[in-house]
Ligand binder design. Sequence first.
Ligand SMILES: C[S@@+](CC[C@H](N)C(=O)[O-])C[C@H]1O[C@@H](n2cnc3c(N)ncnc32)[C@H](O)[C@@H]1O
Length: 237
Amino acid sequence: MTNQLLKGDALKILPTFDAESFDALITDPPYASGGVTAAARAQAPLRKYVQGGGPHLHADFVCDERDQRAHLRWMHLWLTECARVLKDGAPVLLFTDWRQLPLTTDALQLAGFTWRGITVWDKTEGVRPQLGRFRNQAEYIVWGSKGHMPLQRRAPVLPGVIREPVRKADKHHLTGKPTALMRQLVRICEAGGRILDPFAGSGTTLVAAAAEGFCCAGIEMTDHYAKVARARMSQRS
Ligand SMILES: C[S@@+](CC[C@H](N)C(=O)[O-])C[C@H]1O[C@@H](n2cnc3c(N)ncnc32)[C@H](O)[C@@H]1O
């Protein structure tokens, strides 16, 4: 099966995939987060996630401005469609931040998945410090499975905390994840399996999956990032 990146809305493309055709869902959806008020969260990602002035290194992306109720409803919709295309027992990994952690665990369970834990991405001390506050250096990977997940799966023991900085040379998206981090996470999929990322961004999950010997399919709605993801995937082949 060939690896693919489809450009478009995940909610329209997911229904075109065959039922029970994926072995893992690993994705970093829009968080609809930022700031401490609803007004702050309604801003575009470039405004709310990038500090300081000067030229922006990365393009903006879509669908990150929903309020809590709309975001939960939207998460429920696409997660329900993912449940259809995943095989029984398939692992599900969802990135989130501290603000959206409760919403993300709710959405996972509302879609019928079994919530199994939270893995921490420690971004290290490289993140911007703020006097008198805790350093905001972690994001979270809420994980679970489609129903029963036997202990005897063909997958290794995985770390509960992954310490990995964001390096400029490896950042291809405004909120891109390090390839080394994603290479560790994709190992939750059983050997030889097919991984789905419906919010592929610059394609880091897909690049990591291919590097670790998995098949993969991704969806991305923002034109610019669909092109970046395709270019990164073709560099590997
Ligand atoms: C947080 S980013 C993913 C970044 C990715 N992990 C990386 O390392 O590049 C989420 C992506 O989802 C895309 N997106 C938002 N809504 C979408 C939708 N309905 N269908 C497909 N992609 C969507 C955005 O354009 C954005 O690039």
